[in-house]
Design a protein around this ligand. Sequence first.
Ligand SMILES: Cc1ncc(COP(=O)(O)O)c(C=O)c1O
Length: 396
Amino acid sequence: MRADPLGFLLDELEAFKEQGLYRRLRVLSAEQRAKTTVDHREVVNLSSNNYLGLTSHPRLRECAIEAVRRYGVGTGSVRPIAGTLDLHVELEQRLAEFKQTEAVVVFQSGFAANAGTVSATLGKDDVVISDELNHASIIDGCRLSRAAIKVFPHKDVDAARAILRELPASQRKLLITDGVFSMDGDLGPLPDLCTLAEEFGAIMMVDDAHASGVFGRNGRGTIDHFGVHGRVDIQVGTLSKAIGVLGGYVAGSRVLIDFLCQRARPFLFSTSHPPAVTAACIAALDVLLEEPQLIDRLWENTRFFKAGLVALGFDTGLSESPITPVIVGDGALAMQLSERLFANGVFAQGIGFPTVPRDKARVRTIVTAMHTREDLQFALDVFGGVGRELGILKPS
Ligand SMILES: Cc1ncc(COP(=O)(O)O)c(C=O)c1O
């Protein structure tokens, strides 16, 4: 019998387990809501990106069902062959209006939008200047492009400037940052980076995955929040988080969007969004415009919960968004904290190396507009009890 040529994977999996890096999937058997059923247990859910509760909003649900009735369940083709429905065109027009840009192209995910855009736009002679905490999809896009990658320390505009100063003026370069950083919940220094990009003639790109639906007027994102419209050449957003459905998009000039439709590989070579997804995304835009109170509630809950964690004595880092990390340092301790929270009815995932630095392991919390005060107070009480039990907090 031949030896299993994939046997080495088992060794790697064992190593993950020994290092405490093996991730077991938790399974939801109910809607993605503030309180839900995870691994057969009723818990307060602090792990989802469903910021506004749109995953189960009645209007999105109805529009999705109606689209299935009218168009069926799939598109049967990639966009450039026969997979462009009038729904896709409508969604892109609506998003462009919303983001105040000339045009938008929608991708199957935010990951595909970032990776597909960077790899299509740049080539091996170009340079990317990238924040060290930028999302994995940006990093993969940079690698696929074969451009040189120069990383600057988190949010360090002076360090980015020093890199840019060394590059020839004729060099094509892309300056790229997340709008909201997904593990720390802090914001990219957009105004200063835009100024830098203008000074050195760099393309300015922002991944606004965690900002869409959360920051700016009606959730238009960090470009709107900071008032830097017209200064960001490439805006990426996701439809998978606050928008509650699935997908990503790029907003920018008509030339950029036309080019991506010719060259971005996920757009060219992967089947387009099903009708239900596309119709639900259009409905989500209506909700953002007509129910801004959802965003107000998200921020009220964010302020309440963050203040509660700080009052308990936790280290919540530099978060400025509904993503609030509870930083404990040691990886094993973060996993233990997450386990004990879960056993007591609170679902908040532990995050360790390599997603965050080795000494910055944490439990990441995300509140939503759907949480009630009782849900959040319950979670705070559990955090307090478990924090003291594990010696993270001083005994009361
Ligand atoms: C900063 C950031 N960019 C992009 C993505 C990818 O978005 P999507 O889940 O739509 O693929 C994520 C999601 O994890 C993210 O956190």
